[in-house]
Design a protein around this ligand. Structure first.
Ligand SMILES: Cc1cc2nc3c(=O)[nH]c(=O)nc-3n(C[C@H](O)[C@H](O)[C@H](O)COP(=O)(O)OP(=O)(O)OC[C@H]3O[C@@H](n4cnc5c(N)ncnc54)[C@H](O)[C@@H]3O)c2cc1C
Length: 371
């Protein structure tokens, strides 16, 4: 049984991952989804989706290949909407894997499901923004060089979609501090694996750190989260495939009585057949969405993005649950990666929009076409 490196404290994990990153770079496989101008391979989203599935089979696979969340989303954002100076200062070192970053949107005081509702403000004073606010669940904040922060720049804007902006905040700026790393499903290992509660208190950054235009924060969040959801979904399908392999090999070999294998039980056979069908369906849906984004852009694929986000997350949890049940007590242990994924990936149904919000918004859009 493998040792689950990813479940160890980040200080122990990081040097080993960094060694593996050098191997990836030497092999010319670094930064697969980034444009060649930033040292990447320039894969389309559909191409990267296939790679993402393979990397997803291993916890930490995306990190080792330099395409992990939340950095990948921030890189895509800066490629599409950053200024030349922002790309030079923030994107280039991120793309080379020299620094890490985070994305700070969710606040304890407001429903994160409603991304237009927040208290964090960025008030313009001369050539600076002064940022004040409280955020939580900020993945990878500990040790990150900078955050992309969603903050209200125009509280009086008529459209609630035009109130917030995205601003880059170097995390060594005075006034930023981490209150704690939140324990998530019993783990708070720090570093890239952390989910922090943070404060911005009179944090001053130059106006040059604004990404895109003022008031476009919501639109940029959609731009950032669309491809990000494909990355997550394909990673989940990789996890499903690995869990499926572990489930099937256990079912085929584990004797429940002399000469009688677990895989001979009709209930287990149903889990295997249902899992196979659901994984295949999820993969096709995700790849279709990736093709649509590649060919028609992110806004044309809004329905498909919502559909895959909840569908693939639910498939993931069902497959993991069946695999765990098939393994019995072994499934509860950390002797296989199933229990880690069962804990870690439960968040898939919550982050980047809970299932219920995606279902509601896609159903509303569909119904509008029938009115
Ligand atoms: C592991 C993890 C990592 C995260 N990383 C980040 C990060 O890096 N940066 C960041 O900014 N945020 C991050 N988040 C926060 C995440 O995006 C939010 O948790 C998510 O948007 C939901 O917001 P909330 O927690 O405030 O839940 P709420 O908005 O309070 O919603 C709670 C529940 O209510 C239901 N619900 C809400 N709205 C509706 C509705 N309209 N219709 C029906 N049901 C509804 C849903 O079931 C939802 O799960 C992370 C969260 C987790 C768990």
């Amino acid at each position: 049984m493998e040792k689950l490196l990813i479940s160890s404290p980040w200080a122990e994990v990081e040097p080993l991952f960094n060694q593996k990153r050098e191997v990836v770079k030497e092999a010319g496989l670094w930064g697969l989804a980034l444009p060649e101008a930033y040292g990447g391979q320039g894969l389309t989203l559909a191409e990267f989706g296939r790679v993402s599935e393979v990397l997803g089979r291993t916890p930490g696979g995306h990190y080792v290949f330099g395409c992990q969340a939340p950095d990948m989303g921030n890189m895509e954002l800066l490629v599409h909407a950053g200024t030349e100076a922002q790309r030079e200062r923030f994107l280039q070192p991120l793309a080379r894997g020299e620094v890490r970053s985070c994305f700070a949107m969710t606040e304890p005081e407001h429903a994160g499901s409603n991304p237009t509702w927040m208290s964090t403000t960025a008030a313009r004073e001369g050539n600076e923004y002064v940022i004040n606010g409280h955020k939580w669940f900020i993945t990878a904040a500990e040790g990150a060089a900078f955050a992309v922060v969603m903050a209200v720049t125009d509280p009086d804007a008529e459209s609630r979609h035009a109130r917030a902006s995205q601003i880059i905040v170097p995390l060594d700026t005075p006034g930023f501090h981490i209150e704690r790393n939140i324990s998530v499903m019993g783990e708070a290992h720090g570093g890239w694996n952390s989910h922090a509660e943070v404060w911005f208190e009179d944090v001053r950054v130059p106006v040059e750190n604004l990404i895109g235009e003022e008031g476009k924060g919501f639109a940029l969040a959609q731009l950032r989260l669309g491809p990000g959801r494909i990355h997550h979904c394909m990673r989940w399908i990789g996890i499903c495939e690995r869990a499926f392999d572990i489930m099937c090999s256990r079912a085929a070999r584990r004797e429940v009585a002399p000469g009688r294998h677990l895989g001979g039980q009709g209930m287990v056979q149903a889990w295997i057949a249902e899992s196979r069908a659901e994984i295949n369906a999820a993969r096709l849906m995700v790849l279709e969405t990736a093709h649509k984004i590649d060919n028609e852009g992110i806004y044309a694929a809004r329905d498909e993005i919502s559909l895959i986000k909840f569908f693939a997350a639910e498939v993931l949890m069902r497959v993991l649950d069946r695999a765990l049940q098939t393994l019995g007590g072994l499934g509860m242990s950390d002797d296989t990666p199933i229990a880690y994924w069962y804990r870690h990936e439960r968040a898939s149904r919550i982050y980047d929009g809970p299932d219920e919000v995606h279902k509601m918004s896609v159903a509303r859009r569909i119904l509008r076409r029938y009115q």
